[in-house]
Design a protein around this ligand. Sequence first.
Ligand code: GBP
Ligand code: ZN
Length: 252
Amino acid sequence: MKIIPIQVLEDNYSYILIDDTTKEAAVIDCVDPIKILNVVSQTGAKLTSVFVTHHHWDHCGGNIELVAKKPGLAVSGADARIPDINFVCKDNEEFKLGTLVVTPLHTPCHTKGHVCYFVTDHSTNEKAVFTGDTLFVAGIGKFFEGDARDMYRNLFHVLGKLPDDTWVYCGHEYTKTNLKFALSLEPHNEALMAKWAWCQDKQITVPSTIAQEKAYNPFLRVNEQTIQLITGKSDPVEALATLRELKNAFRC
Ligand code: GBP
Ligand code: ZN
């Protein structure tokens, strides 16, 4: 599979996902259809689908214009607030993009209808997950329509169960500010220091991997003693709630 990150708006990511075998393509989160169609046309692939992570306009505000330009697109998601949605995907119910296998993972919390898309290429054994505003590099999304218990499930029972070598493609470029917050909590975490040094001259910091996120993302480390001590919470769900509040208040 081929994945092309496209920077849109101030700090959003859209992605083009291409099945090398059939040249079928999907766009993950479309807010700037002109930009998307330009990139797709340069690849020679055929755009057949839109995978929407959640209903916020910066992730699907381009749907209507895109579908008007390319009638017949399959628009997948799990929230009736998504413009032009025509395929409501069920949790864990696989579908295909060409030869790629796509597993929608329901991850309610940032919004009630949030979906992450786990994609497997069985011809190369590559795996990728598009995490929208649920999991960022070194951070997570705000809890607009859920609570810490919901996010704990998303992080530890859903995304954290994916293979360690799954590539993580998130919905915003927030890496540097997320790492600053993480370093304020765990200044001696080696994986964190290494990621901080690595990202300094990078404009695009995706993808990471599930293994990397487990090593430096504080929200995935609420079962570690360091994070429990700093939050003063030995219950990981409570620690997660406290971390979210600390991040909301954090100014770098
Ligand atoms: C900052 O503090 O650096 N740029 C700001 C944060 C995702 S976008 C902006 C912010 O709040 N971003 C959201 C988030 O989850 N951030 C994680 C974090 O700060 O740790 N959005 O555009 C946001 O989801 C939106 C759109 C929100 C429509 C509500 C509606 Br309704
Ligand atoms: Zn959002």
